[in-house]
Design a protein around this ligand. Structure first.
Ligand code: ADP
Ligand code: ASP
Ligand code: MG
Length: 866
């Protein structure tokens, strides 16, 4: 049954449908349903449509070419396309659609002689939207939703701004849109559902003008402001604004809620999903804007509104704009010349070109021109360059791309961007600019590198904790999760969620406590045991020496690796005599070596000193040498264990000397070892190490074993990719095929146990200081020092209130008398109360083993779940 008529003051909802959303009959059926449902909600509906996808390109083509025959052919093709769509919609071609198609054919045949080139071009291009809206009105009405066709040009009046030239006025016009009560009243008398065109307006001379490519979004926003709509909905081919263009970065995350400023920044730096001009009309009247997928209306989408929420400082998006033109202008001693910049920029104004980024030096000013804000064609740029050449030397660099990181408070995040900056360090960067509103930082690079680098940068930002995917109020699912484009890598559900009741009971008995989950340890072990090319896996026991973990790993077929007499003692007391043991102490004393020699362990020496001063101890023994390959890797400076800045290993140039000393002492060097650092996620790394060690070993002769170390990374942030074990298997198989004569050993530590352990603590206090809230728990850096030492990121949950909404933002701190006693910064948790159990995840590695008695606080004890 059709709903009762609407009152005159019913709220308005503006719904804009983009090119792909209006291109097929099934999409139009979605439009019908969506518009009808908004009407049923009690709102007046204004539908704003783009041209069918690709049509504006064809019209632009018609408007740009000389040959009349070609123009006619293109117009005919458009006629056929619209007829075909009518057919699919089971709609007789309406008479007014015929009439518009005839108009277009006439315009194409006539050329611009009569109207003038620019107005003619605008007239031609306006037909895309005129046609789609005419078709839409007929279809919706025929389907039982009476829909009135509205000429957008009657409502949107372009204003000529002094800084615009004729081209911009006609092809990229601006409208001043304010709440127009008369229009609202007039439309309310006319009907309830309307359809109109995006992209077009009328200027003061009564001519049809355009709002710039992609300008239909802006039309919708202008209408939103004119009608003072309850909201504007942008319906497109993707469920909202994402943290990167999802067509380039499949792991891009849905941004669920943004304020106008941030959304504006993301749109203007390249997220085509929203036209950069479409937010400003909505700001003042505070009309919210929603972005939704026409084909998947059930998905949440992005809501953009005035509220600036309290949140962790985070990069929100990484955007890229291609087709950027740089104009570099050189003049000798320009700062001495009063008015030089004024002269230069006057030329940009004259050619109607708006400058985006600027960087300057003593003798050079370089600026960028962005195609979304400019009607860039080579003629415009050439004309500009010719004029500029009169005042300075000019160089035009194109095509470039601008890659921008967007987020509120960018300057406070710089310390998290070191990996990203290193990546840019490998490229030719033409210009770097940090916006003065502190919302973005932009790098201009050659255009061809963008597609390759973008997904990598996005992963890096997550890994560095700069893009805070843990903030579930802001970051929704990844695009590939929503759209299932690749076999979805389901994040493994953390074991502690299933063991919640047990953990709560354990915490009630005693706190703080470490709890280890042996099935998780065994699971990791089995993943690595599948590496067919690895002959022996040693668990680096320093990560966690709990006897149950040692036993479990030995049962899974692991050997062990120790770094101190203390570790050797625990290992020897815990595991069977048959388990092979490696002993790799660093800056060890004679006594440390003696302790190792008293056991069956194979000793790795990582310095020349012991061989120079007490080599006789090693007579008759088999030794390994740890080599420094000259570089370190890892998630933090402090975990890099190679290169001149690190104390580990024998430098390559000292290898021959070390071998000679060992030989003279009667020891046999059977292996070479290298370990470059921790937290490595790139599978290729271990292949490189093997290759380098193999090349050295071939020279030595006596070597039978290459130990390529550990350092296998464990991702800590939601959405961060994990180490690809299949890729590692392939890499190792390849290098083994090249050097089949050596046995291959590895020594993972953290990888085996990190996810298997959690630290349980209980809330002591909550304290507010200004806008910052501290949540204090009963243990801190004395139990888990990784956050303080390495800025390590551990997921933190309130186990007592796991199902409550995470609405509070806390700094999670311990009771130790140090300002660095922080377990997690800016964590979103439910409102937490004294006594709640807080769980710090991924604490199985380098947790208890690194704990201290600092402040003489009690140790966390350790509990094992079998
Ligand atoms: P419409 O024709 O509906 O106006 P557009 O093609 O103009 O649609 O905009 C939607 C497209 O914007 C998406 O398909 C996507 O390729 C692109 N896009 C670029 N950056 C982003 C981003 N950060 N989030 C979402 N979409 C983006
Ligand atoms: N049809 C116009 C264009 O393709 C406007 C739009 O779709 O937003 O640029
Ligand atoms: Mg668009």
């Amino acid at each position: 049954m059709f709903p009762a008529p609407l009152p005159a003051d019913a709220p308005w909802i503006v719904m804009k449908f983009g090119g792909t959303s209006v291109a097929t009959a099934p999409r139009w059926r979605n439009i019908l349903e969506l518009a009808a449902s908004r009407r049923a909600e009690g709102a007046r509906v204004l539908i704003v449509v783009s041209a069918l996808s690709g049509v504006t390109d064809t019209l632009k083509h018609i408007a740009s070419q000389g040959d009349v025959g070609d123009r006619a052919a293109q117009a005919k093709a458009l006629r056929e396309r619209h007829h075909a769509l009518c057919d699919d919609m089971q709609l007789d071609v309406p008479a007014n659609l015929h009439a518009r198609l005839d108009d277009l054919a006439t315009l194409a045949a006539d050329g611009y002689a009569e109207l003038g080139e620019l107005p003619w071009s605008a007239q031609v291009q306006a037909h895309g939207e005129l046609l789609s809206s005419t078709l839409g009105a007929a279809f919706l009405t025929a389907q039982g939703l009476p829909t009135a066709w509205l000429d957008a040009r009657e409502c949107l009046h372009a204003v000529a701004l002094p800084n615009q030239n004729e081209r911009t006025r006609v092809l990229s016009a601006m409208v001043e849109a304010r709440h127009d009560r008369t229009l609202c009243a007039r439309l309310a008398e006319l009907g309830e559902v309307f359809i109109t065109q995006g992209f077009i307006a009328r200027d003061e001379e009564g001519r049809t003008v355009l709002l710039g490519r992609g300008g239909s979004d802006t039309s919708a926003a202008y209408f939103g402001a004119l009608l003072h709509a309850a909201r504007v909905e942008i319906w497109t081919d993707v469920a909202g604004m994402f943290s990167a263009n999802p067509r380039q970065v499949a792991g891009a995350r849905l941004l669920q809620k943004l304020d106008y400023e941030e959304a504006q920044e993301i749109a203007s730096t390249g997220a085509k999903v929203l036209h950069p001009r479409c937010l400003s009309p909505l700001r003042e009247p505070r009309v919210p804007l929603l972005i939704k997928d026409t084909n998947r209306p059930e998905l949440d989408g992005t809501v953009i509104g005035p509220e600036v929420r309290e949140q962790a400082p985070s990069i929100k998006a990484i955007s890229a704009r291609k087709n950027i033109t740089l104009v570099a202008m050189e003049s000798v001693g320009m700062w001495q010349q009063v008015g030089f910049l004024a002269d230069v920029f006057a030329n940009f104004k004259k050619h109607g070109l708006s400058v985006d980024l600027i960087s300057s030096a003593e003798t050079n000013v370089t600026v960028s021109l962005d195609p979304t804000e400019n009607l860039l064609d080579s003629d415009a740029v050439a004309a500009l360059a010719a004029d500029l050449a009169k005042v300075c030397r000019v160089k035009v660099i194109a095509p470039c791309a601008a890659i921008t990181l967007v987020g509120r408070g960018m300057r406070s995040m710089l310390h998290k961007l070191s990996a990203v900056l290193a990546e840019f360090g490998q490229l030719r960067v033409h210009l770097i600019s940090q916006s003065s509103n502190n919302l973005n930082i932009t790098f201009v690079v050659d255009e061809d590198v963008v597609d390759d680098i973008l997904p990598r940068l996005h992963d890096m930002l997550i890994g560095a904790g700069a893009l805070r995917t843990d903030d579930s109020l802001l970051f929704g699912p990844a695009w590939q999760t929503l759209y299932g484009t690749v076999a979805e890598v389901k994040p493994v559900r953390a074991w502690w969620r299933d063991e919640r009741d047990t953990l709560l009971k354990l915490a009630a008995e005693r706190s703080p406590r470490y709890v280890y989950h042996l099935p998780t340890v065994r699971g990791q072990a089995r993943k690595l045991k599948a590496l067919a090319s690895v002959d022996r896996l040693h668990y680096a026991v320093k990560a966690n020496t709990h006897p149950s973990i040692l036993k479990a790993l030995v049962e899974e077929g692991f050997a062990l690796e120790c770094v101190s007499p203390g570790e050797l003692a625990v290992v020897m007391a815990t595991v069977p005599q048959t388990t092979p043991v490696l002993y790799t102490p660093n800056f060890a004393s004679r006594a440390d070596f003696a302790a190792g020699l008293a056991t069956r362990a194979t000793i790795t020496i990582d310095a020349v000193f012991p061989l120079e001063h007490y080599a006789a101890m090693f007579a008759g023994r088999e030794l390994m040498l740890r080599i420094d390959l000259g570089r370190g890797l890892g998630h933090h400076e402090k975990v890099k264990t190679g290169g001149i800045g690190s104390k580990f290993g024998i430098p390559i140039e000292q290898l021959d000397g070390a071998l000679r000393l060992a030989r003279e002492a009667g020891a046999r060097v059977i292996g070479l070892h290298a370990h470059l650092g921790s937290g490595i996620l790139d599978a290729a790394h271990w292949g490189e190490v093997y290759g380098q060690l193999a090349a050295l070993a071939e020279r030595v002769g006596s070597i039978t074993v290459l130990n390529i170390g550990g350092g296998l990374g464990v991702p800590s942030h939601p959405g961060e990719p994990s180490l690809d074990v299949d890729a590692l298997a392939q890499v190792l198989a390849q290098v083994r095929a090249s050097y089949p004569q050596f046995s291959l050993w590895m020594e993972p530590g953290r990888y085996m146990v990190a996810d298997a352990g959690v630290l349980l603590a209980r809330v002591n206090q909550d304290k507010g200081k200004g806008t910052v809230r501290y949540l204090g728990v009963d243990t801190g850096m004395n139990s888990l020092i990784r956050p303080a030492l390495y800025d390590a990121w551990h997921d933190i949950a309130n186990l007592t209130r796991l199902e409550e909404p995470a609405t509070a933002m806390y700094q999670i701190v311990g009771p130790i008398c140090e300002s660095g006693d922080i377990l997690g910064e800016d964590r979103r948790l439910p409102e937490s109360k004294e006594g709640d159990v807080i769980l710090v995840a991924q604490a199985g590695a380098y947790g208890a083993v690194m704990s201290s008695r600092y402040n003489l606080r009690d140790d966390a004890d350790e509990v094992v779940l079998p």
